[in-house]
Design a protein around this ligand. Structure first.
Ligand SMILES: [Zn+2]
Length: 217
């Protein structure tokens, strides 16, 4: 179902970038548009963006996000600290998976930081029952300001320990896209964060260059 896939990738809140990374941690890294360009655009501006983005990405209910926004208003200092921790988590995820996507080795201190964020997240996790199995999750009533970061830290370690790292890729799209994604295509041939975005922009450039070349001849 193409439609379902596309709407899932759009996320719930159109003011945030689409979810093209196919892994929560990579989508979180992609909250900066054009991370390697001259003019990167950051979508995480203050603490409120953490629960809002968590809801956008489907890992926080609307009620849980609202509750966290209220807690943040009541404790702005703690919210500021949680926000800085979120930005540090995003930086470390970006560095580690950029290294992997480009064939380099992640730096040991970055892996140590991810490991400790994961341990912290799982200390709060509970074993909850789903329809036909159990899962690790964090109950909605959890009001710790760092709650939005926990599923992200977990996702990063899940990718490192369970996924095929050869499929972690960085989009080479025009204008230094640089978005990270996990290639879930059957034959592992996905190159772009999105075919209709970076893929088609490149196609258009090629066509333009061909036309221009033809005109010169
Ligand atoms: Zn791209």
């Amino acid at each position: 179902m193409v439609t379902n896939q596309q709407s899932r990738k759009r996320g719930l809140d159109p003011s945030y970038p689409r979810l093209l990374g196919d892994r929560l941690c990579l989508d979180f890294a992609n909250t900066i548009e054009g991370p390697r360009s001259a003019r990167p655009e950051d979508f995480l501006l203050d603490y409120a963006d953490l629960p809002r983005w968590g809801h956008h990405a489907g890992v926080l209910s609307e009620a849980a996000a609202t509750q966290l926004l209220q807690s943040a208003e009541a404790s702005p200092k703690a919210a500021g600290a949680a926000f800085r921790r979120g930005l540090a988590l995003r930086s470390v995820i970006t560095r580690v998976f950029h290294a992997i996507a480009t064939g380099a080795t992640p730096r040991p201190p970055d892996l140590v930081l991810l490991q400790s964020e994961y341990r912290n997240a799982m200390r709060h996790a509970q074993l909850l029952q789903s329809a036909d199995q159990y899962r690790w999750d964090w109950p909605d009533e959890e009001t710790a300001l760092e709650r939005p970061l926990w599923p992200i830290a977990r996702s990063a370690i899940d990718v490192l320990t369970q996924d095929n790292l050869a499929r972690v890729k960085e989009c080479p799209g025009a204008d230094d896209c640089g978005w990270l994604f996990y290639d879930t295509s059957k034959n592992g041939s996905r190159r772009w964060c999105s075919m209709e975005g970076c893929g088609s922009r490149l196609k258009m450039r090629r066509q333009y260059a061909r036309k221009k070349g033809a005109a010169v001849q």
